[in-house]
Every structure is written in structure tokens, then in C-alpha cells.
Design a binder for this molecule. Structure first.
Ligand code: ADP
Ligand code: MG
Length: 704
């Protein structure tokens, strides 16, 4: 074990061009211009852009950077970057000077015809532009390729249409800021100049041995196992959750933390998760767009560091059947620049009128637009997880906890909340242990959208997905409710009376969205249906929510998306779905044809020889014969399922319309995939381990 001393204070953000670093490197004038834009928005002057670019380059080069890149987040959900070195044409003496100009900092023009645009950008006008997001600091990434200065950017088409996850997020942050300021002003807060959505994303992941990973084409191509019988042990003993972290994993976590701290990511919590091989990392919450960028860095860093440790980090939502999959909890709150968290109920929430109005607005937002929230958390992998007794159901509801639910009940029934349920004291019964103050809200792990003290925790998001979309939706739908409330309260003669009535009205109209019970139970599905709450079980059921009249008018009202942008996103989602399932299906065909079936033929050959030999020798061989029949029967089943799958893929490929194709992949191809897996997994349980051609679940999950 190394005894090297890590000083977090020294290394934290050493690879980030933070405001503090800028202050050191820039002239006072230039720094103040930047600071002002970060705080209040606006555009950088050309002159200052040149100064900033030069300083940024000098700072990066001093740290060994050779290239810069506009780092952006296209609709693939990953990050993209093209590296440009700082070198310029040598002068006549052959001397070369490094250069980075203001216009290169502010704007880029990646040849981006290969990124998904959903028809927004025809190939003949393939221009796409990246623009510096000045509110998210530039940083240096250290990879095998060298040190690259990364400039976080938003990515738009020639006509300014958003082609990425960042642009709508920045738009939605401006909108929630504007509407929140209206709201706090109504309560007499005129000092606040800005309200920021804060986000903390807990990230779950699996680690497996890299050599074993490379022996599984399904993991390599699809990121999840497409075959595999359960290991004798799963997660039933609950011995992995919060359990002792093994040395190899510990070494990985240590390096991930160091890398992240250097990038200014506040990696804070780490622990083993419920499933064997599964872990979690959570940073401290920060401004939404920075949190979105940082979550991408967390995922990138995990993958890179895992490789250095002979491991592979799986971010897929469901790498293994039969044990828990992975998600992300998106913790969200709203804070003023004067330090007030609008979601902080204080000690007496029943008397905190501003909090009650905010709460009522959020209930209204989630009730009116729960379908959009659900859509924002859907991706192909998450279909295997949501509603499967390990993750929230696909039905959106709100968990408030006993105390707040009681406050809402009183408000709805009488228009006033006169008292609150106290948390009380939890007696430990041991004289040397302190008695603990009980939290008034218990935790409910089954709720998709839970109030947890001073924030809402949106728990549906998939582990591999960007948290951009969910935060766009949260910001927008809450802004819409704030706007509705402010329109009415600003026009009221008697504010106190009006706010009292409005809280009661919203809570009464939208209380059906509150559910404090067990979200995993089948009764909830029935109850939710009775309440009229939407249940969109799969990703494809949710895609078209983006372009309902209700959604279009919401997004257009606040300038988040145009109708064309929404239609393009819808198209990209359908296409992504088909492509993903197509890769999975082809991988299954490949593995079944080239690995599993040949292995079974060998096994059958061995069994048949044994049966023949035994018969000749005149010894009984009923066991061998039975096994031979069973294996041969399953092999025939597998072969026929394989043929069906191949036919299904061929049919799917003929469909040109993206939506129609996606539904065919779901209802045809995927069904055929499931059918192929059944005999294969049964065969795995019957086959000589020496002959089984791929590592098993037991090898993958327990041999780390
Ligand atoms: P859990 O019990 O679900 O693990 P934690 O209290 O550890 O929850 O917090 C999880 C995440 O929530 C962390 O990223 C944390 O920084 C973030 N968080 C805490 N307070 C807030 C807040 N007011 N707004 C947004 N995120 C927050
Ligand atoms: Mg959590």
C-alpha cells in the first residue's frame, strides 16, 4: 500500500481555470468583465476574448497542455471533442509560436454532420457551431493522448437550433431564475439578484475485471450481458451494501477521487451499493450546468481509471439480469444569491408561507408535467430497470414524508396548518450513546420524486444518461408554475389572502400526485390508474410526450425548445432506440452462432461418445443419455429462436420510418432476443464449465 500523502486542498481544481485562477492571470479589467458576465449574463467583447484566450493558453501550456478543444454534449448523451494543437505556421527562421485567439475560444465550428440532429441539419448545410459556456470553467484533461485544454461549450446549428444537451439547460436556467426572482420579490426579498438551480448527482456503477470483460462480446458491444444464468449467490444476503471495500476497488476509488478533485469535481461520498460488484459516488451539489458537466467528467474518469486498474467500469442501467441495475439520483433545489434555499422548510414549515407556495407550485408542476419528467429519464437501458422492484416505477409521484403530508392535508381541509408533527427523540437505550433527534421525514426509497429535507431527489434517471434533460424539465415545469402563481399574486389586491387561497387551491387540485406508500407494489399501479396518473412503462411510450400540444406550448412559451427542436429530439430518440436494440440483437446472433452453439455441439459430441462407449461396454448410461436428450432438445430450441431473431432483424431493417422501426424493434426484435436467451441460459446450467465459451455471472460479478 502506498503511503503517499494526499493534500486535497493543494490538488483541488489544479487543472481548472477557475475564477480565482483567472483573477491571477487576467488584467483587472478583463477579469471584471468575465465576472460580470458569469454573474449577470452578456457577451464578452472581442478585445477581452483575445486577452482571456491568451492567458488561458499560457496557463494551460505551463501545465503541459498541447491542444485545446471545444468540449460539448451532443444528443448521443456522451461528450464530444476534436483536438486542435496550439501550434501555428513557423516563421521564416523555422521558429514556431503557440497561439490561441479569442475567436477560437468563443466559437468553434466542428464538422458535425455525423452527430444526431433529427433532421434539423441536412448534410448539405452541415454546419454546427460550438459556443463557450462561460459559466462552466475550462479545464485540462490528462489522458494518454496528452493534456488537453477543454472549453465547455453549447452546440447549435447554423440557424441557432439546439443540437445538444447544454443549450436547453442554459435556457431553462435563465427561465427558472427569472420566475423565481418574481416569486421571492413577492415575499419582500428585493436583494436577491439571481436564483440558481443546484444539482447533486449520485452516480451508481459496476466494476468488473477487464480481461473477463473482453471475453464477453455482449459487454463490449452492448455494455450489458445478453446471455447469462444467475450466479448461485446474488444480493440476497445484503452483505455488499455499505460493505467493506476490497483492496482493488479501493485503489480504483482513490485514483478516481484524485483525478476528480484535480478537475474541481467535489467527489464526496463513496460506498458499495446493493448488488455485488456495484458501487456509488456522489459529489457535493453545485450549479446545474456545472453539475451536468461534472457528471460527464465523473463518468469519463471512472471509465479511464478503471482501465488503468485492469478493470472495466459498466455504466449501463442493467448490466446483469437478476441483480440490481444502476441509476442516478438527481438532487435538485433552488438557491438565491443571498443564500436562501427556497426548498428549505425551516423548523416550522406550516408557518413558512413562501416555502408552502414553492411546495404547492412544485406539486402542481409535477402533476401537470409528470409525463415529461418520466420522458426525461428514459433511455434504452432504463427500460430494463424502472418498475422492476429495484428502481422507482415508471409512474411519477411525489413523496413528502409524514410531516409535510400532514401539513398539506391540513391546508387542503381547513385552509390552515396549525400544527406540525414533531420528529421527536430516538432513544438508543444505551447510556453511553446519545439519544438522537428523529428526522421528521423518513426516507422512502421507492419514490421517483422524493422530498429529502431541503431538496427534491429525482430518482428515475439512468446511470449512463446525461442529467441534462431531467434538469431542463425540472427547471421549466417549476418555472411555469411559479409564473402562473406570480401572474395571479402580482395582480391581487390583498396578497396575504391571495397567497393563502392559492396554496390551498394548488394543493387541493394536485394532491393526487402525493404518494407516501410503497412505489414498488402492484397495488400502487392500480391506485395510480384510479387517480388518473400517467403510466408510461417504456421509453417508446414516453417519446411522443415531447411533441404533445401541451408540451410544445410549455416549451415555446418559455423559449426552451421550438417545435422543430422537439420534433428533432423525438426523431433522434426513435433512431437511438432502434440502433441500440439492433446492436444488441446482432451481438446475440454473433455469440449464439459463433460461440454458444459450437460449444454445445462439442458438448453433445462428448456426451454421445460417452453414451456409445458405455453401451458398447454394457454399462448403464441413463444419466448421460437423459442429459444428451435434454441438451440436444435445448440446442434445437436455441437454433430455432436464433432463426426467428435473424428474421426479425431483417424485417426491422426494411422499415424506413424511425418511429415505426423503433416500435418494431421493441415488439418484434426484443421479444425474439428474450426468447433466444431462455434456452441459452438453461444450457449454461447443464454444460461442462470447461466448455462454456464465455465468463459466467459468477466469474464477472464475484471475481474482482
Ligand atoms: P442520500 O442519502 O440520498 O445519499 P445525501 O444527503 O448524501 O443523500 O445527498 C446526496 C446528494 O444530494 C449529494 O450530491 C448532495 O451534495 C446533494 N444535496 C444535498 N443538499 C442539496 C441541495 N440543497 N440541493 C441539491 N443537492 C443537494
Ligand atoms: Mg439518494
Amino acid at each position: 500500500m502506498s503511503s503517499e500523502i494526499i493534500n486535497i486542498e493543494d490538488i483541488f481544481a489544479e487543472n481548472v481555470f477557475t475564477l480565482a485562477t483567472m483573477q491571477k492571470w487576467l488584467s483587472r479589467e478583463a477579469y471584471e468583465e468575465i465576472e460580470n458576465i458569469v454573474e449577470h449574463g452578456g457577451e464578452l467583447s472581442g478585445k477581452t476574448a483575445d486577452i482571456v484566450a491568451k492567458c488561458m493558453k499560457d496557463w494551460a501550456v505551463e501545465r503541459g497542455a498541447t491542444h485545446y478543444t471545444h468540449w460539448f454534449q451532443p444528443l448521443t448523451g456522451c461528450t464530444a471533442a476534436k483536438h486542435d494543437s496550439f501550434i501555428t505556421h513557423p516563421n521564416k527562421d523555422g521558429k514556431m509560436f503557440l497561439e490561441f485567439k479569442g475567436k477560437e475560444l468563443i466559437k468553434g465550428e466542428p464538422d458535425a454532420s455525423s452527430f444526431p440532429s433529427g433532421g434539423l441539419r441536412a448534410t448539405f448545410e452541415a454546419r454546427g457551431y460550438t459556443a463557450w459556456d462561460i459559466t462552466s470553467p475550462a479545464f485540462i484533461k490528462e489522458d494518454a493522448v496528452g493534456k488537453i485544454l477543454c472549453i465547455p461549450t453549447a452546440y447549435c446549428s447554423y440557424k441557432g437550433e439546439a443540437l445538444d444537451k447544454k443549450t436547453p439547460l442554459l435556457r431553462s436556467m435563465e427561465v427558472i431564475n427569472e420566475q423565481s426572482l418574481r416569486l421571492v420579490k413577492l415575499f419582500g426579498n428585493t436583494q436577491a439578484k439571481k436564483v440558481i438551480p443546484s444539482v447533486g448527482a449520485e452516480q451508481e456503477y459496476f466494476l468488473i475485471d477487464r480481461d473477463l470483460y473482453l471475453k464477453r462480446p455482449d459487454l463490449v458491444f452492448a455494455g450489458r450481458t445478453l446471455f447469462g444464468a444467475n450466479a448461485p449467490k446474488g444480493q440476497e444476503m445484503d452483505d455488499h451494501y455499505y460493505g467493506c471495500i476490497r483492496e482493488r476497488i479501493g485503489a480504483f476509488m482513490k485514483d478516481v477521487n484524485i483525478e476528480l478533485w484535480k478537475l474541481g469535481v467535489t467527489a464526496k461520498t463513496q460506498h458499495n451499493e446493493a448488488a455485488p460488484g456495484q458501487h456509488e459516488l456522489a459529489p457535493i451539489y453545485e450549479t446545474a450546468n456545472v453539475a451536468v458537466d461534472h457528471n460527464q467528467l465523473v463518468m469519463d474518469t471512472m471509465k479511464k481509471v478503471a482501465e488503468n486498474h485492469g478493470l472495466t467500469c459498466l455504466l449501463h442501467e442493467k448490466p446483469f439480469a437478476g441483480i440490481n441495475g444502476s441509476g442516478k439520483h438527481n438532487n435538485w433545489s433552488l438557491t438565491t444569491d443571498t443564500g436562501v434555499n427556497l426548498l428549505d422548510p425551516g423548523l416550522t414549515p406550516n408557518e413558512n408561507i413562501q416555502f408552502l407556495l414553492v411546495l404547492a407550485c412544485i406539486l402542481r408542476a409535477v402533476d401537470l408535467h409528470g409525463d415529461l419528467l418520466r420522458q426525461s429519464a428514459s433511455d434504452v437501458g432504463n427500460d430494463l430497470r424502472l418498475g422492476a422492484d429495484e428502481a422507482p416505477p415508471a409512474i411519477v409521484s411525489v413523496f413528502l414524508g409524514e410531516q409535510l403530508e400532514d401539513v398539506v392535508k391540513q391546508l387542503v381541509e381547513t385552509g390552515e396548518a396549525k400544527h406540525i408533527k414533531e420528529g421527536g427523540v430516538l432513544e438508543t437505550g444505551v447510556s453511553t450513546l446519545p439519544d438522537l433527534l428523529k428526522d421528521p421525514t423518513d426516507r422512502n426509497r421507492t419514490s421517483p420524486f422524493a422530498f429529502t429535507g431541503n431538496k427534491f431527489e429525482f430518482r428515475m434517471v439512468g446511470s449512463s444518461d446525461s442529467i441534462g434533460d431531467p434538469n431542463v424539465i425540472l427547471n421549466t415545469i417549476v418555472a411555469e408554475s411559479f409564473c402562473d402563481a406570480c401572474d395571479r399574486l402580482e395582480a391581487a389586491d390583498d396578497f396575504d389572502m391571495a397567497v393563502h387561497d392559492l396554496i390551498k387551491e394548488y394543493m387541493t387540485a394536485h394532491k393526487r400526485i402525493i404518494f407516501n406508500g410503497n412505489g414498488y407494489s402492484p397495488e400502487w399501479v392500480k391506485e395510480a390508474e384510479r387517480r388518473g396518473l400517467p403510466n408510461l412503462p417504456t421509453m417508446l411510450d414516453a417519446v411522443e410526450i415531447l411533441t404533445t400540444d401541451k408540451s410544445i406550448s410549455l416549451f415555446e412559451k418559455f423559449g426552451i425548445f421550438t417545435k422543430a427542436e422537439l420534433e428533432s429530439r423525438e426523431d433522434v430518440l426513435y433512431e437511438t432506440y432502434s440502433k441500440t436494440i439492433n446492436i444488441e440483437a446482432n451481438t446475440m446472433v454473433d455469440m449464439a452462432s459463433k460461440q454458444l452453439i459450437p460449444a454445445e455441439i462439442k458438448f453433445i459430441g462428448q456426451l454421445a461418445s460417452t453414451v456409445n462407449a458405455c453401451t458398447q461396454a454394457g454399462v448403464p448410461c441413463d444419466v448421460e443419455r437423459d442429459l444428451l436428450c435434454e441438451v440436444s432438445g435445448l440446442l434445437a430450441e436455441m437454433r430455432s429462436a436464433l432463426d426467428t431473431l435473424k428474421d426479425s432483424i431483417a424485417k426491422a431493417r426494411e422499415i424506413e420510418d424511425h418511429k415505426e422501426s423503433a416500435f418494431f424493434y421493441r415488439d418484434g426484435v426484443k421479444v425474439a432476443m428474450d426468447a433466444l436467451r431462455i434456452p441459452a441460459d438453461k444450457l449454461e446450467m447443464l454444460t461442462d464449465k470447461e466448455l462454456w465459451p464465455i465468463p459466467t455471472y459468477a466469474d464477472l460479478i464475484f471475481e474482482v
